[in-house]
Design a binder for this molecule. Sequence first.
Ligand SMILES: NC(=O)c1ccc[n+]([C@@H]2O[C@H](COP(=O)([O-])OP(=O)(O)OC[C@H]3O[C@@H](n4cnc5c(N)ncnc54)[C@H](O)[C@@H]3O)[C@@H](O)[C@H]2O)c1
Length: 250
Amino acid sequence: MKLNNKVVLVTGANSGIGFAASLQFAKQKSKVIALDLSAEINPELAKKLSSLNAQYSYFSCDVSDFSQVKEVFGKILQQFGHLDILVNNAGILGPRQKTEDYPEDDFDKIVDVNIKGVYYFMKVALAHFSERKQGVIVNTASVAGSLGMAGHIAYSASKHAVMGMTKTAAIEYAKLGIRINAVCPGFTQTSMLDHADADPQYKEMIRYSTPMKRFGEAGEIADAILFLASDRSTFITGQGIILDGGLSVQ
Ligand SMILES: NC(=O)c1ccc[n+]([C@@H]2O[C@H](COP(=O)([O-])OP(=O)(O)OC[C@H]3O[C@@H](n4cnc5c(N)ncnc54)[C@H](O)[C@@H]3O)[C@@H](O)[C@H]2O)c1
């Protein structure tokens, strides 16, 4: 895949899909910049990256705060000289509530993290990629970026927005050879799903609604992220790859 020596920034790297993607880039000998909310890298991720002899760094940043995003991006360029690949993956789900009961504060928070957070990192990365006339972005959207998701009005709205931003930026930057795509997972076994399914019956219901009758694995989503980030997908831009065990084709 020729990802060796590529400088890759993965947001939301401490858990789930971002964790799996960070490890897979490290296995391809990429230089991994893991970024997440907490002050320290997840020790399990650090252990696994070290055991791969990976060259990596960790940055703490709230993606929904543009001043932090600008500051961290400046530090990354100082330390690594440039960035090749941005995996814009950090995201939150929020509570499950009918639209009329959905709390405004949660709606705002989801907009801040899932839409503005993705936009802020696209903004700083695309300014840098434009100067270099190269670069790749993979955003983590969701099947909820093209389908409704009962109980999750803000989340579904936010992932539709991620697809809109992916398509718009793809058109704007295509002439420069900068590609912007998205992965659109269905229900995937991560801590996000664990929080969503405090009610075991709900978990069973969503598993059953997937034709493959299982949840996706974070590594399966990471495989598609690496494909879209690599030279195996050089004519693909503005697309969302759906990985959902058949959920959306019923
Ligand atoms: N798990 C699923 O079923 C599923 C399905 C479709 C899409 N997704 C998307 O995949 C992405 C990754 O989610 P996951 O399933 O791995 O969940 P996860 O909760 O395991 O990981 C999300 C990570 O994002 C980080 N994060 C959250 N808010 C942040 C912020 N403000 N700044 C920086 N980091 C922040 C968290 O700390 C966490 O490490 C999300 O965008 C999510 O919406 C997940």
